[in-house]
Structures are given as structure tokens and as C-alpha cells.
Design a protein. Sequence first.
Length: 143
Amino acid sequence: MELKNSTLDDIATVVGFSATLRLSAWFSDGNNLYIPAEMVEDHPLSKLIGFSAAKALCKEWPTCWLAVPSAGPYYEVDLRRRMVNRMLEQGFNTREIGKFVHLSERRVQQIQRELEMAGLIDPLTVVKRVRQKAPIESTDDLV
């Protein structure tokens, strides 16, 4: 579950979080974003993310085409992992969690292991519930 640097991280380093989300919303549908050599205030990119952020893009990637990925999938995956984590903490079993978050029980177990390996949750032990038999009072009852 190691976090790897993405294009969105690179863009966010240059223009910040909010501008990166806006670029992702506008350009993540497969259309690459062209970055001009110089930025002017009335440029559409300047209007979208602000002049200073657009100027920073021009300084970092002049005359380049950027493939801006969608931020959605990363965020949704982490939201689902967080939900699994909270439900495990509250004592739900993996089958119940799977039904709630629309995943297979096996996938919920995999996420549980990923969270454990990342140190985000304590390793959970599986407790098997064994039905208790009534104690035998005497051997006379067996005959």
C-alpha cells in the first residue's frame, strides 16, 4: 500500500492542491493540456486556475502537453479503505463489510491485510465462535 508519486503530485507541487483538482476536473477526460511558453492574464488556463498558478505551469513545463489524470479513483480507493477500517474497528465481520461497501468478502480481507501491513490498524485475530455444550453432571446421564 505504498504511496507512489503521480503526475497529479508533480502538478500539485507547482500549482497547489486546489488548482490541481480543478485541472483534473477539466482535463482528465483524455484531452491533454497544452502549456504555452508565456502566460497572459486573459488565457483560459489563467482564468481557470489563476494567473500565478498558470504562470508557474509555464515556467515548469513550457510548450509541453500534460496528460492530467483524474483525481477521483485515488480518492475513492482511499475512502473505501477508510470505511473498511472504521467498520473493522466497530466489530463488523468481513462479509458484512463487503455487502456494505460493495466488495467481495475476499477483497475486504485483502484490504484488511494491506492496512495491517501498512501499520494503520492492529492485526486482527480471527475468533471462531464455538458453541458450548451443556456440561455433563454425571456419567449416569449417559446411560
